[in-house]
Design a protein around this ligand. Sequence first.
Ligand code: CAA
Length: 241
Amino acid sequence: MSRVALVTGGTRGIGAAISMALKNAGYRVAATYAGNEEKARAFHEETGIAVYRWDVTDYDACGAGISKVENDIGPVEILVNNAGITRDAMFHKMTAQQWHEVVSTNLTGLFNMTHQVWSGMRDRNFGRVINISSINGQKGQMGQANYSAAKAGDIGFTKALAQEGAIKNITVNAICPGYIGTEMVLAVPEKVLNEKIIPQIPVGRLGQPDEVARCVVFLAADDAGFITGSTITANGGQFFV
Ligand code: CAA
């Protein structure tokens, strides 16, 4: 039987491309969403991928949701922590709420999800954890002190956990997308996007969700077992680590 992959935020944007790419690569896929029922239903109808609603900031909801996925489809062997939000504001205007929402989703969400599947992966002596970080966790971004902090935290989490998982054949890797043409990026003011961001991308365009999804498929594979603790960048040449 094919392996089971769970993709958080897997019904829209980069997450939807990841869910589809994993399905096309032969995995049994479950995708979570936080609230956009309409998009999730349309995604399910279009792709046949099972969708589940829960909030990654809620530890108990993650546990209950993962149990349901495991009962329906099977043990989660590949976890893609993709769910993420932005609450951009210059730091002098940023509210505590904007800080906490982003850190809870984009960083604590990784703990809430990964902690629930970790013991099972250890028991089965196999696992793939793939964390979607960001170029802005690597280089920092004005207007994103919250997001940059959380996404940099995702990379530290990846490196620490990779060391713990290695002996149990669990790899933990991060992917750092650059600016990809999703709703999240298109929410940036048009003037900022056209005058400040796109000119900084050497390939001269936004990336496409599929260009991130292919990195996930690469890391998820059974024969990717020697790749762990790494960060793959897919940013059109905008930033080199
Ligand atoms: N790069 C360079 N300059 C930027 C910038 C950016 N990303 N964002 C803002 N600026 C500049 C503005 O152009 C402006 O400069 P000028 O006065 O010279 O024109 C200055 O900073 C102040 O910006 P605003 O006038 O827009 O100030 P504001 O308080 O109204 O809004 C903001 C500030 C909310 C940060 C808004 O500018 C914004 O949303 N910027 C985009 C921030 C960003 O890059 N977010 C990434 C979202 S995509 C994502 O996060 C996915 C991923 O992983 C890559």
